[in-house]
Design a protein around this ligand. Structure first.
Ligand SMILES: *Cc1c(COP(=O)(O)O)cnc(C)c1O
Length: 335
């Protein structure tokens, strides 16, 4: 299947009334820092608190009549999207996650009525459990990123960004399995082939970045990160999101945990937005001088808000944060 703008336009019709257009607003602080209009696409305002509802909903609605149920592996937000969409269709959902997924995300999924399975310490182990359920219970697996309906659903974000600001010069996309980056880049470059799309990941376990560099999918060690939603591999059998990201992204850049920590403070103290570490990597990359200057407006996607509030309080207070065996040194904002 060759994905095109037509699939993204079709996804938008499917999503109408469930995952509608979100605001795309300038950040005055970031605009000053970037020397260009810097805009935030507020996907933290989706009903499940993350953009993943778009792809999940588009995939669940495409399933044939009589489908027994769905299953997926997830770092949390895709599972929440699938659970929500399955609830709207009235079918069973079993969400498989690793022990690295924060409790707040697990609780959110249970509250939507989905069944939850916690397996192992990696996305791969969660995926193995999901594939077992496909065999034994006849459920349909929905990949968090390597699925044409998921990619087309996420692509509707790119469509909205370019409709609101046809003059966008650069889009900074948080990058993990690459469903979001593939969809956004496909939409944006179909409308304006000259637009620059840059993927941003954390520097530990950046699966897509390393896979593009190697020319094929590679395995990464999964570690705890402030950007927990960006964890996990891209799948050694990746069919769609890897070639799309390889062909459509102009660059991929990496940010450190310290840079993510600081950018979370910036987004909260300057723009009063509560968001996950994964969402601020675009701001972090810009503030750290890791993306080249743009000759026009820059947009990034505030992908979700489903974070652990205790950790959020610690970061806003400038306290140290412990991530597995790594300590992110705290610093009060503005100090
Ligand atoms: C899933 C997710 C991403 C990354 O999306 P991919 O399609 O896996 O690259 C970014 N931010 C948040 C909050 C997410 O849940």
């Amino acid at each position: 299947m060759t994905l095109s703008l037509a699939h993204i336009l079709s996804a938008r019709r499917t999503l109408r009334g469930v995952a509608d257009a979100t605001p795309f607003v300038p950040s005055p602080f970031m605009t000053k820092a970037a020397g260009q209009d810097f805009l935030l696409k507020l996907e933290n305002m989706q009903p499940i608190g993350a953009f993943k509802l778009r792809g999940a909903m588009n995939a669940v609605m495409a399933l044939p009549e009589g489908t027994a149920g769905v299953t997926c592996c997830s770092t949390g937000n895709h599972g929440r999207g699938v659970a929500y969409a399955a609830g709207l269709r009235g079918i069973r959902a079993v969400i498989c996650m690793s022990e690295l997924v924060p409790q707040a995300k697990v609780d959110g999924i249970r509250a939507l009525g989905a069944e939850v399975r916690i397996k192992g310490r990696s996305q791969d182990e969660a995926l193995a459990e999901s594939l077992r359920l496909v065999k034994e219970d006849g459920l349909v697996e929905i990949s968090p990123f390597d699925d044409p309906h998921v990619i087309a659903g996420q692509g509707t974000i790119g469509l909205e960004m370019l409709e609101a600001r046809p003059d966008l010069h650069t889009i900074l996309v948080p990058l993990s399995g690459g469903g979001l980056a593939a969809g956004v880049a496909l939409a944006a470059k179909s409308i304006n082939p000259d637009i620059r799309v840059i993927g941003v990941s954390m520097d530990r376990g950046a699966a897509m970045h390393l896979s593009i560099a190697a020319g094929h999918p590679v395995e990464v060690e999964e570690v705890a990160s402030l950007a927990d939603s960006l964890g996990g591999g891209i799948g050694m059998q990746n069919r769609l999101s890897f070639p799309l990201c390889r062909d459509l992204l102009d660059d991929t850049v990496l940010v450190t945990e310290d840079e993510i920590y600081h950018a979370m403070q910036v987004l909260f103290y300057e723009d009063r937005i509560v968001a996950e570490g994964a969402c601020v990597v675009g701001l972090a990359a810009k503030l750290a001088g890791k993306v080249p200057a743009a000759e026009g407006p820059v947009g990034t996607i505030i992908t979700g808000r489903n974070l652990d509030m205790t950790m959020f309080h610690d970061i806003m207070a400038g306290r140290d944060v412990q991530l597995g065996d790594v300590t992110v040194k705290g610093k009060p904002y503005g100090a």
